[in-house]
Each structure stands twice: as C-alpha cells, then as structure tokens.
Design a protein around this ligand. Sequence first.
Ligand SMILES: Nc1ncnc2c1ncn2[C@@H]1O[C@H](COP(=O)(O)OP(=O)(O)OP(=O)(O)O)[C@@H](O)[C@H]1O
Ligand SMILES: [Mg+2]
Length: 425
Amino acid sequence: MRSTSQMPGKILFVDDEQLICEMAHDLFKESPYELIVANSGPAGLKILEKEPVMVVVSDFKMEGMDGIEFLTKVNDTYPDIVRIMITGVAGVEVIIQAINEGKINQILQKPWKTEEFMKAIENAVRRYRNRSTSRSLEEKYMSHTRELETRVEERTRELTLVVDELQKRNEKLETTHQQLIQSDKMASLGLMAGTIAHDISNPLFVIQGNIEILSTRRYLETKDRDLLQSIKGQIRRIESLVQSIRNYSKKSAGTYEKLNLIDAMEEAFLLTRKMVNVKEIEVVTHFPEGIPYIYGNANQIEQVLMNIIQNGVQAMEIEGTLTCEIGHTVKVVDEIEQDFWQVTIMDTGAGIPADKLEVIFDPFFTTKEEGTGLGLNICQRIVNEHGGTIEVYSTLGKGTTFVITFPEYNIAVHEWDKKQKQAMQ
Ligand SMILES: Nc1ncnc2c1ncn2[C@@H]1O[C@H](COP(=O)(O)OP(=O)(O)OP(=O)(O)O)[C@@H](O)[C@H]1O
Ligand SMILES: [Mg+2]
C-alpha cells in the first residue's frame, strides 16, 4: 500500500487530443500537484504501474479504450485512486450508470472552467488522502488483529502441550502409586506369610515328633501303620509348603553380577531334567549368536526359569514340545529406546483359560493339587526387581508362552548405579 499523503500529489491526465493535453499542462504549472499526461487509456494504465497517482482525470471519448472502460480498469486495480471523467455532450446515460456503479467519482463538463477544474482536483486529492488514511488505519487494525490471533494460537498450542505433559505425569504418578500400593501389599503379605510359616513350623515339629514316637509302637496294626505313614507324607507336604512360604518372605536382595542368560537357561534345564525326562518332552532351544549378558542374581534368575519350565512341563500330559528362545529386543522405557534380552518359553500344554490369565501371578493361586501358587508370583517379583517384565500368552488346548525380558547388562548396571545413588541421597 503506497501512502501518498506525504509525497507531492501526482495527477494523471488522459486525453487523445494533443491540444487538450497541452491545456491541462498549462493549468497545472502553478499548482502544487505534478501532472502526468497520457494520450490513451492503455498508456495511462502503464503509467499507473510505476507512478504514485492520487487522481486520474480522463476524457470520455477516446480511440480504442474509452474513458469508462479505462476508469473501470483503474477502479479494479487501484480502488483508492479518485477518478474524474471529462465529457462533452454524448453518452450521458452510460456515464450516469458508471457513476452509479461507483466506477467514476466525479464528472466534469467540457469545456471546463479553470477554477471549477482546479477545485475538483483539490477535492479529489482530499478525498484520496482521507481514503488512504482510513485504509492504512484499517490495515494497522487488521495486522494487530492478525498478530493477536497468532499469539492466542501460540498460547493455546503451548497450553495444550502443558496439559498433555501434565496428563502424562499424572498417569505416571498414578502407575507409580499403584505400584507402591502393590509393593506395599506384597511386603506386608511377605511379612505375614513369614510369621505364619514360623508359627506353623513349631507345632508341626511337635506333631512330627509324636508321630515318630507313635510309629515305634510295636502293637500297631498294619492299617494304623499305613495311616501314620500317610500322615507323615502330608506333614512332609506341609513342611515343603512352609519352606516355600519362608523363601517367599525372605528378602531377595542377594548379590548381582554379570550373567550369561544362556548359562542360566542351561542350568535351569539341568536342574529340571528329571521331571522333563519322566515325560516324552522334546526340548528345543534357539540361542543368539552373541552372549546375552544381563546383570542379576544367578540363583534368582535360575529360579525364575525353573519355575516357568516346571509349569510348562506340568501343563503337558505325556508328550509335547518345550521351546526356549533367547533373543535381543528393543523397548521404549521413559521414552528412550533401550536394549533388552528376551527369553521366550513356550509349551504345547493345556493352556490357561482367559479369565484365569489375570490371576496366575497372584500369590496362592493354583490349580494343582500339590501346588503352592507362589511360583509365578515369585518369578514376577524377581523379574521386576531386575528391571524386567514378564508376560503370558495362552490358547486353551494349544499351549502357553511366557515372555520374560531383562535389561541388557550395560543398561542394567547403569540403572542399578542410579538407584543406589538415589537411595543414598
Ligand atoms: N505353562 C502353564 N500352562 C498352563 N497353566 C499354567 C502354566 N503356568 C502356570 N499355569 C497356571 O498358573 C497357576 C499358578 O502357577 P504358579 O507357578 O504360580 O503356581 P503352581 O505351579 O500352581 O504352584 P507351584 O509353583 O508351587 O508348583 C498354575 O496352578 C496353573 O493353573
Ligand atoms: Mg509353578
């Protein structure tokens, strides 16, 4: 937008008669405005492309492009320029229509009177200046509005980000809170279980002693001896249950070291080979080429793997396949991609009903006559303590897959150090 209110006003005069143009020239000699003359509509339009013109005065009757056509074009491209038409007698109706449609601002009769002509020019200049001032005010207002809108948009975007972030933190807080409640529950459960185990073992010891004494009685009938034998068997079961509960409630800190998951897996197979060999179970293993190092307590890791193998074997009737894979995987932890080793243990056993999948990790949930229901709960606790995860997938009648992940050695050591430092603060 060119502002001409400060610059000397330019007036464009268009007429195809040389004489009239010269007359106009003379008129403007004394005026404060600079006059530019063109001898046709197209020539006038060319000038407008370069010059800052406030008022255009054009003759009506011209060869080629007439005054109305020319001023209509001026109006379309430069609506601020004030347009005056000079006319003789002809075409009054067309001119009136052009004025009514706003294409021409004023009309001057030919031949004109100098005073009247100059007055019209002055008025037109004033009109132009008013228009351009209000236009520039409007522009300023629009630009302020746009700026304000952009700012509001920016702030809204910032606020949305803050709200998103807050929501994320809130969710994290909620999860942490749930975990805390869970670990709190587990801790008290462990403590309670330890006390119960302790309280049971004393009377159990007395019962066991008394049974031993009874067993030595010579006058016992065979039937009673069998009964005592059965009681002894049941006592042994209670003892092993008490032992499991004790192990469960024991603090699981232990020593952490650099471990090769393949070694732990092989050790777990070695320790469970007796139960595997009783059935016709094919064991298939797929191990990675590199060494899957993790950071952990060897006994605990073996305990986890043994528990899962045992469950798998127990789920298969007589024959089946137990597949064990170890592979590398990447997981996103706290929005950062981290390296993990993943152990997959897959059996072709009975499978777990969908409604039981959620409870198998709960303490004391068992479907086995001689089970304690602590196996998987202990596994979950150990894996979580090692910064890993344990998941289960199962199809009834087809089999079950346990997927366990452990952070890769370097990451686990780093996390461990961080935790130790936080604990010391
Ligand atoms: N591989 C599996 N296939 C089918 N069911 C399974 C499998 N693993 C676990 N389960 C189900 O989950 C229950 C809980 O398992 P968990 O290891 O915690 O205890 P348990 O095996 O019953 O007892 P324990 O571990 O003391 O021998 C099992 O009783 C069984 O119903
Ligand atoms: Mg088990």
